[in-house]
Design a protein around this ligand. Structure first.
Ligand SMILES: [Zn+2]
Length: 246
C-alpha cells in the first residue's frame, strides 16, 4: 500500500467515526426527556400566585354501585366489566347500565362507573334533575345527608337508594383531583376551594372548585355536562387553575 492510500484509508475511517459519533449524539438529543409523572402539568408563578394548566373532564350522568347492588341489579355473582378506561388510572366506565327512575320521568341507559364503592350513588346534572322532576342538592358524594332517595332498575332487579347520607342522588360539586405530591407543590389541601379560568368563545372564571387529594391521582378538573356546555368546554380541553400563595 502506498503512503497516500494509507492516509486516505485513515482519513475515511476518521470520517466514519466522526459521522457515527454525530449520529449517536443526535439520536441522544431525540430521546424524550425522562418523564417524572406522565403528562402532569407544571405550576408556574404569575404575579404572586401559581397557575396550573389543567385538563378538564366532563362527567356525563352516571351511577356508582356497591357490590351488593351490582348483584341485585345484574344478578347473583355478577361483577362490573370494563367498557373503557377513564383518565384516572384504575377507574372505568362499565358495560353495565341502569335505568334511573325519577318522579316525572325515567332516564334509561345511565352508565355505571367502576370500581364498586361502599355506597351507591347517582350523579345527575341540574337539567337531568328538572327533566325527571326531582330537586337535587349539590354535593360531593352519597354520604351527604341532603342526597335524595332514588330508584335504579337493572336487567335482574331493582334497588332504591335511601338518601339521607346512605347513598342517593345529587348534582356533583365541581372539583379537582390532585395527587398528594401536586397538592404539596401547590400548597393546597383536601376541601380547599380554587378558581378555574376558562378561555375560548365563552371565557369565564369558575369559582369554588373543590380540591380532592389522593396519592396517585392525575391532575384533572371534573365539571358536569351543564357546566361544560355553559362555558363551552368539552372533555380533554384545559383551563387555568389559579392558586393564591399565602
Ligand atoms: Zn371527579
Amino acid at each position: 500500500m502506498t503512503e497516500q492510500a494509507t492516509l486516505d484509508l485513515n482519513s475515511s475511517q476518521f470520517t466514519i467515526d466522526r459521522i457515527s459519533q454525530e449520529v449517536l449524539r443526535r439520536l441522544a438529543d431525540l430521546q424524550p426527556a425522562p418523564v417524572v409523572d406522565d403528562h402532569e402539568p407544571v405550576p408556574t408563578a404569575v404575579n404572586g400566585h401559581l397557575e396550573l394548566k389543567t385538563p378538564i373532564g366532563i362527567s356525563v350522568r352516571h351511577v356508582h354501585l356497591c357490590p351488593e347492588h351490582v348483584e341485585i341489579l345484574f344478578g347473583k355473582g355478577h361483577s362490573l366489566t370494563v367498557y373503557n378506561e377513564l383518565y384516572q388510572k384504575g377507574y372505568y366506565a362499565a358495560r353495565e347500565q341502569v335505568m334511573v327512575v325519577g318522579r316525572k320521568r325515567c332516564i334509561e341507559k345511565v352508565r355505571v362507573l367502576g370500581p364498586t364503592r361502599p355506597f351507591s350513588q347517582v350523579e345527575l346534572s341540574q337539567t337531568d334533575a328538572l327533566m325527571i322532576g326531582m330537586k337535587l342538592p349539590i354535593a360531593t358524594d352519597g354520604s351527604d345527608p341532603a342526597c335524595q332517595p332514588i330508584t335504579l332498575v337493572g336487567p335482574e332487579g331493582v334497588v332504591t337508594l335511601p338518601g339521607n347520607g346512605n347513598g342517593g342522588a345529587f348534582i356533583a360539586r365541581r372539583h379537582i383531583h390532585l395527587s398528594d405530591d401536586m397538592a404539596k407543590r401547590l400548597g393546597v389541601k383536601n376541601g380547599d376551594l380554587l378558581d378555574l379560568d376558562i378561555d375560548g368563545a365563552r371565557p369565564t372564571t369558575l369559582h369554588g372548585i373543590l380540591v380532592r387529594v389522593k396519592a396517585g391521582w392525575l391532575t384533572e378538573v371534573h365539571l358536569d355536562t351543564d357546566e361544560g356546555n355553559a362555558v363551552g368546554i368539552r372533555s380533554g380541553q384545559t383551563g387555568t387553575l389559579i392558586v393564591p400563595q399565602k
